[in-house]
Design a binder for this molecule. Sequence first.
Ligand code: 2B7
Length: 640
Amino acid sequence: MEEERKHYDDSDIQVLEGLEAVRKRPGMYIGTTSEKGLHHLVWEIVDNAIDEALAGYCDDIEVVVGKGNIITVKDDGRGMPTGINQKTGLSTIETIFTVLHAGGKFGGGGYKVSGGLHGVGASVVNALSTWLEVTVYRDGKIYYQKFQNGGHPVEPLKEIGTCEENRTGTTVSFKADPDIFTETTIYNYDTLAKRLQELAFLNKGIRIVLIDEREEEKKQEFLYNGGIIEYVSMLNKNKTPLHKDVIYFEGEEDGIQLEVAMQYNDTYNPNVYSFTNNINTYEGGTHEDGVKRALTRIINNYAKNAKILKDNDEPLTGEDVREGLTMIISCKHPNPQFEGQTKTKLGNAEVRKIADDVFSEGFERFLMENPEEAKIIIDKATTAARARLAAKKARELTRRKSALDTINTLGKLADCTSKDASISEIFIVEGDSAGGSAKSARIPATQAILPLRGKILNVEKARLDRALSNEEIRTMITAFGTGIGDEFDIEKLRYHKIIIMTDADVDGDHIRILLLTLFYRFFRPIIEGGYVYAAQPPLFRVTYGKNIKYVQNEEELAEYRATLPASAKPTVNRFKGLGEMDAEDLRDTTMHIENRVLRRITVEDAMMADQIFTDLMGEDVTPRKKYIEEHGSEFEDLDV
Ligand code: 2B7
């Protein structure tokens, strides 16, 4: 390609080295080249459009998934600047797409608010694409440039026509490079829709349209003038709110913006989600801490002043005041510090006080001005406190029962002989027959098996005390060794791998969703600590002569078949469930360390499971009916 260009100077070399570095180590820039990394390309480009919208110049964004999985993103912003960049001597547009760290300088003083790579996103996407095209509408002219083979310009930026003076904006199309994204280059509509909807909730007033042209055309439009207020309404849609309106506060201090929306419902669980610069801060951080601290303090003060809480009553805890609370906290920060295991925890210390101030001022005033709502909220928290104290008493009384629990658990659990948690694993297996195979297939030194039978509790409708009366849950707690609630102690966890082993079908998926929801609600640190995994049993066994091959799904089956000679008519067994596998199948494919493929469950996975579950278990039966019709029936068997 370079030969076609006039000269080949130092800056060109730097450019190519930069893009080559991205291709050599894509993981450093986009985390992974799996399906997740593929979608990351879209987020990088969309983030630039969102930034243009947050700067106040764009309110329409369109994302199109075209045939051949070509992505096109359009915005109606100012259009990328079309002049020459002094430093690189290239056009600004070429610089944006070919120089790493080209961000910031083009933002016109604004800061990068949306997540992502601080403006290097466009060049990273270009580097990882077979081809990329950019079209800019600006000053009545249309500008165009194309890049190929990982970011090489085909030609310099060119004026290709004229447009109406008032038409402005940027359009970027690209095709992800299959040599980089070796796992898949197929976009998942639901993944795109979910994130674009989230972006629309978090950035009120921006219209985001998603169009899928690959098969029969799909189209969704997301526009929320109420922003996170509408987000909370959606989260509570299948629940019974305790007060009519979503409560909302916003404020800004030192260029740091904070927004909070909240509404209580009649369930017992909190649903508090926080974001910084549109990134979900799964691990929380100072914005979340500040708001939570203020919520607890203000409710306690109010209850004391109203003499609902007497002088020698125990104060309401954070958990009490968050019972049944759905809340979104969104912070926009010019210089966020992300910390934590997955870099999803906001670390900036100054945010704690700002969040506390914004929330406490607003919430105090709200309680004063809305005595009816105030009463409802205080009642909810004091009832939660009473239930907590009653459960504690009950637990103390039944502590003696724990000896019995141990015996029950030992009856079901095939424990491993090792006492070293770091090498011990527990397989939670659905059903007795699969439990039987798993017991014969395991390595008794390090692998424990716990078969689950009977109904798993619907945690949506249960406080901790109800959960503790469920036999399956008690058995798991005893086996894990951690305890639960205030007594939870991760140090006591007896296995560093908790492996959920369910059938490779929809029913199995559902049982996994239930378990993840349970863990998410009551054992969150085991998920945060990365101790929970999903086993991935195969769906087929293919026997051809002496060869046995196990494959995970229909696609892999077709792929394997294609490698066999045409004359071969292999025997294909489809496993209807784990119960149909014999011990040898199970050991070779799903349990033995050498061959198995475990998937580590992230907080994000668990949160998603929780959300699916919540939607299905709400008071409104329509979504549940629909889901059961589409997928299966085990949600009918819940212990509700
Ligand atoms: C940090 C870089 C990438 N940029 C600008 C201006 C507008 C603008 C962009 C964009 C994605 C797909 C369609 C600023 C910012 C570059 O500098 S990027 N719009 N849209 C975008 O990428 N959409 C800009 C100041 C004055 N005029 C234009």
